[in-house]
Ligand binder design. Sequence first.
Ligand SMILES: Cc1cc2nc3c(=O)[nH]c(=O)nc-3n(C[C@H](O)[C@H](O)[C@H](O)COP(=O)(O)OP(=O)(O)OC[C@H]3O[C@@H](n4cnc5c(N)ncnc54)[C@H](O)[C@@H]3O)c2cc1C
Ligand code: FES
Length: 345
Amino acid sequence: MNHQVTVADTGIRFSCAPDESVLDAAERAGYALPHSCRKGVCSSCAGRLAGGRAEVRGHGAVEGPADDVLLCQTRPRGDLVVAPRRITERGAVSRTVHTLRVHRVTWPADDVVTLQLRLPAGRRVRFTAGQYLKVLLPDGDTRSYSLANPPHRNDSVLLHVRVVPHGRFSAQIAPRLSKGDQLTVELPHGEFGLDTDSDGSGRPAVLLATGTGFAPVRSLIEDCVRRGDERPLHLYWGGRREQDLYERHTAEGWAARLPWLTFTPVLSRPETGWPGRVGHVQDAALADHPDLSGHDVYACGSDTMTRAALDTLTTKGALDPARFFCDAFVASGEQRQDAATAAAV
Ligand SMILES: Cc1cc2nc3c(=O)[nH]c(=O)nc-3n(C[C@H](O)[C@H](O)[C@H](O)COP(=O)(O)OP(=O)(O)OC[C@H]3O[C@@H](n4cnc5c(N)ncnc54)[C@H](O)[C@@H]3O)c2cc1C
Ligand code: FES
């Protein structure tokens, strides 16, 4: 028997099956909640269970009121009242499966491969900046990759893939692809993207990226340029070494020509002679923006960074947790559910 989920202070109600997560049920009913990994790793779906009894994977039975409940892991055991960090109405999601041909493969760093995949002539894909696709592997497993191209350049897709040691897709398939090879993908997925007010404007924002977390940022910024969205953006892109900022010239180019964009590269283990900032992106952002109460923060990349950024910036930088948006690159394979990624992407 389905249970009713009421969203506190909104008048929104939807039904949720006992074996369905509150996140899945909300999406089925046409609502978007903050989320990223859907695996209980990234915490972006954390909300309040204001009332009712639920089974929360990894925690067992939880009775409301309870804070910081992961709604992607919460299944109802009766009617529930929940208070997610945000909820917005959205149209029905229509995803499509495409067989794409590899058009170009490049290696901007020794552990990053970029794939440009083309649709058949005359075909286009529909997505919004910040979304990702799933590569469908022959055995039905999937891997998620953010679209690095903006939505208006949609006769092909661009992926930035960091090679994970022994990774099934990133180490064993992606590096061996060459022009003409085929990949089957499903898109669009995810709700990550710049939040825009009803009048089309947006709050000043800090963008944090580590490693290939630059991919969704690239799509977001090129989309802003296209739409004439000139909200102030400060991009911090971090890596261990200089090579990790594998497309630094692109970010420097934006900063040189877009008066509303600032770019700060940050390295955690620079070689001698590095003239730039040293440390982690969230600490650099906090040093430059000690009061983030009027800002949005968008964090893309390693789960380690996105968690640390949420913690640091909300506790020390006065950031409203509801204004923290995250795209956490956790291990996306179905058979790797226990892989709470600790390494930086
Ligand atoms: C929403 C989303 C968007 C993503 N976008 C991107 C993207 O644009 N670019 C990108 O490079 N990656 C991205 N990822 C990560 C990507 O989906 C894969 O998980 C990653 O490429 C590894 O897949 P694999 O098949 O090579 O490794 P697997 O065979 O799945 O795993 C091999 C080993 O590596 C570990 N591992 C898996 N992923 C990671 C990781 N990210 N960091 C460290 N260790 C890992 C596994 O636990 C396992 O031990 C994204 C993930 C999500 C959830
Ligand atoms: S923990 Fe729920 S979406 Fe990541």
